[in-house]
Design a protein. Structure first.
Length: 418
């Protein structure tokens, strides 16, 4: 099904940047198409489309293909993304590793690698490894123009620091300034939830204006995107849904969502209360996939725990729906291994707690991004959505001022290895 823009374009000059991004996104979803189709899809005049397209051609973002006949027999010139043009680095930085990918404007990956780091305990070494890898990739792939980085939440955007909490004490770990100072290209940072949301916005098959992303892993994080723009908040840490307080009816207490419904909390609770009649009662080293498999195979205890998890996540998303009114909710990360049993319980809980008018117009789904672009690297290799999101950050910034990057690229002297 072709992607159709749901946000109408505008002929106002102050929306030129939005229209540039929207045009590129349309070409990502639909492939090459003539100016007339672009104008119709974006509700823009032919003159406005021609101006945007001509600028993007000059910047190397798009190109004109050979003319062809349309359905009416008229010759048209399709506009397509320039696959051999600029490239971007997507980086996912965690506390123990850094994942790097080199991507085209269309999101096709040509290189992928992982480096082990210790961001907190060996901070300077980690900064050096990340910066050195960026500079090496820029040397090896001359068309790289900028990079986007996904970092652990909470990320305080104003200071370019990760908020690290241990033993009740907060510590700001500066990361953006140090990596930028040691790298040859512009680098832009977002937390992992916002990067994942941008991956869904740019590369996922979602026709929406407001997208809510739930990162359901060892901790719960979220992000909201409204018409291309992530909501960051006053300090850049908006979306820490795991810190929300809920009432845990089973335990009869108020607790943080992270303490009841994160992957680690779910696993610990499952093991602590494991009954003798469960098929997993004699198993060692129980993990999430074993629990979800047992639930699928009819284990009553496993099934009840997965349904409880779905209920808790559903309550959290109910609050998000009532407060933020998204038209699409996308859930990513390791808890999506719960598949239909978990997803249906989440949906049932939301349906029971929001107005029917809202629910009927709301889509809740697990991400399908993982593995979409793996064929360019090697069979069976999975690219994490947060890496794609980091690429989306770089692409978004590039489209806002491509001329600046072209000038920087032409003037850049690569010194790696000399």
């Amino acid at each position: 099904m072709p992607f159709i823009l749901s946000q109408k374009g505008s002929n106002e000059n102050d929306l030129m940047l939005h229209n540039r991004s929207a045009l590129v996104k349309y070409l990502m979803k639909n492939g090459a198409c003539p100016r007339t189709e672009l104008a119709k899809a974006m509700n823009l005049t032919q003159a406005s489309i021609s101006k945007i397209v001509n600028n993007l051609i000059d910047e190397g973002v798009v190109l004109e293909k050979s003319s062809e006949k349309n359905l009416n027999g008229k010759r048209v010139i399709p506009i397509a993304l320039n696959e051999s043009g600029v490239q971007f680095i997507g980086i996912r930085i965690t506390w123990t590793s850094a994942l790097f990918g080199v991507f085209s404007l269309k999101g096709v990956c040509s290189h992928y690698e992982t480096k082990e780091i210790s961001l907190h305990d060996r901070y300077e070494d980690a900064i050096h490894i990340i910066s050195d890898t960026i500079n090496r990739l820029v040397f090896e792939y001359p068309n790289i123009i900028s990079a986007g980085a996904s970092v652990p939440s909470p990320y305080v955007g104003k200071s370019g620091s990760i908020l690290y909490t241990a033993d009740g004490k907060d510590e700001l770990i500066s990361i953006a300034k140090e990596i930028r100072e040691n790298s040859n290209i512009p680098i832009y940072f977002k937390n992992d939830a916002k990067a994942g949301a941008l991956a869904e916005w740019w590369f996922g098959n979602h026709d929406c204006n407001v997208l809510f992303h739930l990162l359901a892993g060892d901790h719960l994080h979220s992000s909201l995107i409204i018409n291309d723009e992530p909501v960051v908040g006053a300090f850049g840490i908006a979306g820490e849904i795991g810190e929300n307080i809920i009432f845990d009816e089973e335990k009869g207490i108020y607790s943080r969502l992270n303490d009841s419904a994160s992957a680690s909390a779910f696993l610990n609770d499952f093991i602590e209360n494991l009954p003798d009649d469960s098929i997993l009662s004699d198993s060692a080293d129980i993990n999430l996939h074993m629990i979800f498999s047992a639930a699928e195979n009819g284990d009553c205890y496993a099934r009840s725990r997965v349904e409880r998890l779905g209920y808790l996540l559903g309550i959290a998303l109910t609050n998000a729906v009532n407060m933020l009114n998204p038209d699409v909710i996308v859930i990513t990360d390791i808890l999506t291994a719960g598949k239909d049993l978990l997803l249906e319980k989440i949906k049932d809980t939301v349906r029971e707690n929001v107005p029917s008018y809202v629910y009927e117009r709301l889509q809740i789904r697990f991400s399908t991004l993982s593995g979409t672009w793996i064929s360019a690297v090697q069979p069976g290799f999975v690219i994490e959505p947060s890496v794609l999101g980091a690429v989306a950050v770089a692409i978004d910034m590039y489209l806002q001022d491509a001329a600046k990057y072209i000038k920087r690229k032409n003037a850049r002297v690569i010194s790696y290895g000399t």
